[in-house]
Design a protein around this ligand. Structure first.
Ligand SMILES: [Zn+2]
Ligand SMILES: [Zn+2]
Length: 141
């Protein structure tokens, strides 16, 4: 287990409140990218009285503490996921919403090219497109 949220929180002087535990568990167990609304819905399955603003506040804190990563994958599409040790990039299917992780080694020469040609250091990439399952007209033969 790479993440000890409870310990991190304690070390930084926070308590692991039930709400924080719930939000953290939802994210960790899903292993997906979830919106705040989805997280809230899952928390409410267990604790119906937890409201949206509590979930937002909790997410804000977990992001601040680098336990959770917040990624903007398009306008009004903020996703939360458990922070990984290795930086990763996202491929986003605009049709079905599928999100795939790629890592630095998948980028090949691109970061070096961007740095050399554009004077730009790419830290995190998001690529919008469609997966082959959603290929439609553009699918490969
Ligand atoms: Zn798709
Ligand atoms: Zn991700």
């Amino acid at each position: 287990m790479t993440h000890h949220a409870t310990q991190t929180l304690l070390e930084l002087g926070y308590r692991m409140t039930p709400q924080r535990t719930l939000v953290w568990d939802v994210l960790r167990q899903s292993g997906e990218h979830l919106t705040a609304e989805q997280i809230c819905a899952r928390v409410q399955e267990q604790f119906p009285h937890v409201n949206m603003s509590t979930v937002y506040r909790t997410l804000e804190l977990l992001v601040e503490l680098n336990l959770v990563k917040e990624t903007c994958l398009g306008p009004s599409r903020r996703y939360y996921e458990v922070e990984e040790e290795v930086p990763h990039h996202h491929l986003v299917c605009e049709h079905c919403g599928k999100i795939v992780h790629i890592h630095d080694e998948d980028l090949g020469n691109l970061p070096r090219l961007l740095e050399r040609e554009q004077g730009f250091v790419a830290e995190e990439l998001t690529v919008f497109g469609h997966c082959l399952d959603c290929g439609g007209d553009h699918a490969h033969p």
